[in-house]
Design a protein around this ligand. Structure first.
Ligand code: BGC
Length: 844
């Protein structure tokens, strides 16, 4: 677009009407164009582990089929590789495929922190740890953008639950916000400069993310230097004028001309800020120059998808080295997932794969002696005697039984959270029955998030493939047979039980406010500080070989340690560096026992040794000081440890207070000196036993108020429905009609889907969406007046509401048409005087 005008020339030539129109989408996936200025429409598409460009009518939930593209392992899976260079390769491929089919902005990666293993979208996110998430997030954004397109990392920020996802208010203290929920985004923005970022649906401390000036201006732009464009999540637009003021630009999908009208009517709209947002959109169009690939990328990408899956598989248990399986082993395969694998989750990330290998096919080709194949169970259906018998006789005929178990399809979906951490009961019953016939059982697990394993003693080996993408099945078979030595490490903790999780009993929040009472004690930060035993700690994973560590050296620059492969086959080890204050209580804010601050994956031949160096960086020794509202250096001496995982320390040493001060580089993200070691007062939350010990179960709202620095009280649910009430609140509607819609349509529909074991994405979306989204997501079919009418009806004023709805509907229809014509005329330069009546307020 060499002859297109500069951004400032374009701004000068755009009418006020065109400017505000550029801040909302043209349809489900595209932005608006201005043909007379050579500003083209951009095409946006999901997603995080494969490109989903829909072919038929658009929806944004993965309901209608999309063009085939490579389904890579999901983010939760790839994070287990602990190898961001692999993440980069995946993302380069995603970028290439997106560019290849005309996608300009790829909506991913998903970077939210796993606050609870119950979150329904955890399979799309990397980790419970911000450092690991930040490294992967940066590698994905760099990879995607290497194809000339834009990445849109999401969902910014503090989007931890699916329940009430579009209206939930995340109430979180500033230190936790910065250290846990934002550090990952900060690392990614600084290391990868995304061209766009997607704001989340939720509110943060009372303000919608897309209208949150603290988040979008103070932190994202002023502190981190982001210079791209902020897009809403789909249907996440609320008040477009407030968004402009705060730093939020495009509202997607298309609200028709509703938001345009709202902005045309807005009094006191800040013209400078409007220009800034429009400039961000125009710059984005200039910055997106897709590099098209013409070779057969899909074959190579399938191979890559397998390689990534292989490197991400986590061996959790291997009693008596039952794995790997020797070539002549007689194997019985049991489990529905062996025939129809689970390889991705449900929702907007759903990819239509280019090909799909199944475990039974891969096992048939493996050289193992497959003596039987039986279906077993997928969902929670009754255990039929016949199937059970077939599985048991299969088990009896083999040396080893390989059982494919895991979370069912309904467990992991956008739009809903899990309510327990179990795998279906009938799978466990079958496992226990098989054990009586043949105790050599290898469990191959599928699922994108942590599960409880009260059945762990019934399996000799457990190997976890997570959601391995379209080539996950052959990848797993290569690990089972020892062609690949497993090197994945869990990127999240596996608790012994749901009750042990830091948010137990409080997640998900079912009312509007979600109190992040646990502060920074998220994931292993909680378990290690509070001393809570877990099933498998963060960072855990076994290998077919063994590693020994020696010669740890620590100085102000970083650590060096020698790792030796002491077994008899080649393998990869993940060297993990954790840092924790010797005196936690002198820190300016709450400090968990230890935190991951560096890692390296190293490949070693049998007997080989390598010295691994992990350098401290600006994130190693910093804490957010709420008093000065700035980062400050960590105080006093720190224990630096090399751990096998978050719990098992291999080697450790002390870094002196002086070296800690020297190691925390001054500069943008860590201005040391705001607090001298051992200096000023510490955070008052240290006075509270629960926050000191990390045992935060049962922490009260008044203690949380101390952490927050302001009074926090639970709000009672609103009796009146309003524009921002989710449709799920219809169950409290005054109107019997509303309660009927809730009972017979929404609730009954969701139960039906549960029984079928398949999430109903449309219904889940409607359930969580606020009334305002009726106007925001209908492409202009309804506007706020229609929504107001519907609300009147639902609040018990049926006839008044009905009248308002019908009037609103018809007046909106003609206005939408008129506004559409105006935009068409202006943007193409064919407007005749008279057709630009709406353009009363020319900006320039
Ligand atoms: C999801 C986003 C997704 C968007 C577009 C939303 O419902 O939260 O992650 O990118 O839809 O499909």
């Amino acid at each position: 677009m060499s002859n297109s005008p500069t951004t400032s020339d374009a701004l000068a030539s755009l009418s006020h009407f065109e400017k505000v129109a550029l801040l909302s989408g043209k349809n489900t996936w595209q932005t608006r164009e201005v043909p007379r200025l050579g500003v083209r429409a951009l095409f946006m598409a999901d997603g995080p582990h494969g490109v989903r460009k829909q072919m038929g009518p658009s929806d944004h939930l993965g309901i209608n089929e999309s063009a085939p593209s490579t389904c890579f392992p999901t983010a939760a899976t790839v994070a287990n590789s602990w190898d961001p260079t692999l993440g980069r390769k995946v993302a380069e491929a995603l970028g290439r495929e997106a560019a290849h089919i005309g996608v300009d902005v790829l909506l991913g990666p998903g970077m939210n922190i796993k606050r609870s293993p119950l979150c329904g979208r955890n399979f799309e996110y990397f980790s419970e740890d911000p450092y690991l998430t930040g490294k992967f997030g940066a590698s994905y954004v760099n990879g995607i953008q290497s194809a000339g397109i834009a990445a849109s990392p999401k969902h910014f920020a503090v989007n931890s639950q699916e329940t009430r996802r579009m209206t939930s208010n995340s109430v979180v203290d500033e230190q936790t916000l910065r250290e846990i929920y934002l550090t990952s985004f900060e690392m990614m923005v600084r290391e990868a400069a995304p061209k766009t970022i997607m704001s989340s649906y939720n509110l943060i401390n009372g303000t919608y993310a897309h209208e949150n000036g603290h988040l979008l201006q103070d932190i994202l732009r002023d502190e981190w230097g982001f210079d791209g464009m902020v897009v809403t999540d789909w249907g996440g637009g609320n008040d477009p004028a407030a968004a402009i003021e705060a730093g939020g630009a495009i509202e997607m999908p298309s609200p028709g001309f509703n938001s345009v009208q709202e902005l045309m009517d807005a009094k006191n709209l800040n013209k400078e800020k409007l220009d800034a947002r429009v400039a961000e959109v125009l710059n984005l169009v200039k910055r997106v120059n897709p590099i098209t690939a013409d070779d057969d990328i899909y074959t190579a990408h399938h191979v890559l998808a397998q390689e990534v899956a292989e490197q991400s598989i986590v061996l959790l248990k291997n009693e008596n080295n039952i794995l790997p399986l020797a070539a002549d082993t007689r194997v019985a395969i049991i489990g529905a997932f062996a025939f129809t694998p689970r390889y991705q989750g449900a929702g907007s990330s759903l990819v239509n794969p280019t090909q799909l290998a199944t475990p039974v096919e891969a096992l048939d080709r493996s050289g193992l002696n497959i003596v039987a194949k039986e279906q077993g169970f997928r969902h929670g259906e009754e255990l039929a005697a016949q199937e059970k018998q077939a599985a048991l006789s299969a088990a009896g005929s083999a040396d080893v039984v390989v059982m494919y178990l895991g979370l069912d399809d309904n467990a992991e979906s956008e739009g809903k959270d899990r309510d327990h951490l179990r795998i279906p009961e009938n799978q466990i019953e079958l496992l226990k029955a098989v054990k009586k016939v043949n105790s050599n059982i290898v469990v191959v697990l599928a699922g994108g998030s942590a599960v409880e394993m009260p059945w762990i003693d019934d399996a000799s080996a457990i190997i976890h493939g997570y959601l391995g993408g379209q080539a996950g099945a052959p990848a797993m078979v290569r690990v089972l047979t020892g062609e690949i030595n497993p090197s994945g490490r869990l990127a999240e903790t596996y608790p012994l039980s749901l009750n042990d999780t830091p948010t137990a009993g409080r997640f998900p929040a079912t009312e509007q406010d979600s109190f992040y009472l646990e502060g920074p004690y998220v994931g292993y930060r909680y378990y290690e500080t509070a001393g809570v035993p877990v099933q498998f700690p963060f960072g855990y994973g076994l290998s077919y070989t063994t590693f020994a560590y020696s010669d740890l050296q620590i100085d102000a620059k970083g650590v060096r340690v020698t790792v030796t492969n002491t077994g008899d086959c080649a393998g990869r080890e993940v060297v993990q560096m954790y840092v924790g204050a010797q005196k936690r209580e002198i820190q300016v804010g709450l400090a968990p026992e230890s935190e991951l601050k560096g890692f390296a994956k190293v490949e070693l031949a049998a007997g080989e040794s390598k010295t691994v160096e992990i350098i401290f960086d600006e994130y190693s020794f910093r804490r957010f000081d709420v008093t000065s509202q700035a980062w400050s250096g960590a105080r006093g001496a720190h224990v630096v440890s090399i751990r096998k995982n978050s719990h098992d320390v291999i080697l450790s040493g002390l870094l002196s207070a002086e070296d800690v001060a020297a190691a925390a580089p001054a500069g943008a993200s860590a201005p040391v000196g705001a607090s001298a070691p051992g200096g000023e007062a510490v955070h008052p939350a240290w006075e509270i036993e629960a926050y000191r010990s990390g045992r935060i179960h049962g922490v009260s709202n008044s203690s949380f108020s101390v952490l927050m620095g302001r009074e926090v009280t639970a709000r009672s649910a609103s009796v009146e429905l309003h524009a921002n009430s989710p449709l799920s609140d219809l169950k409290h509607a005054k109107s019997p009609l509303g309660r009927m819609v809730s009972k017979y349509y929404l609730e009954a529909g969701l139960r039906r889907a549960d029984r079928k074991g398949k999430p109903d994405l449309n219904l889940l979306f409607q359930y969580g969406m606020p009334f305002r989204a009726i106007a925001k997501m209908s492409g202009g079919l309804a506007d706020q007046k229609v929504v107001d009418g519907i609300l009147l009806m639902m609040n018990g004023h049926f006839f008044k509401g009905l009248g308002a709805t019908v009037r609103g509907f018809f007046s909106n229809k003609s206005r939408q048409r008129a506004l559409g014509r105006t935009y068409e005329g202006l943007s193409t330069g064919t407007a005749t005087s008279g057709s630009t009546d709406n353009d009363s307020a020319k900006a320039n």
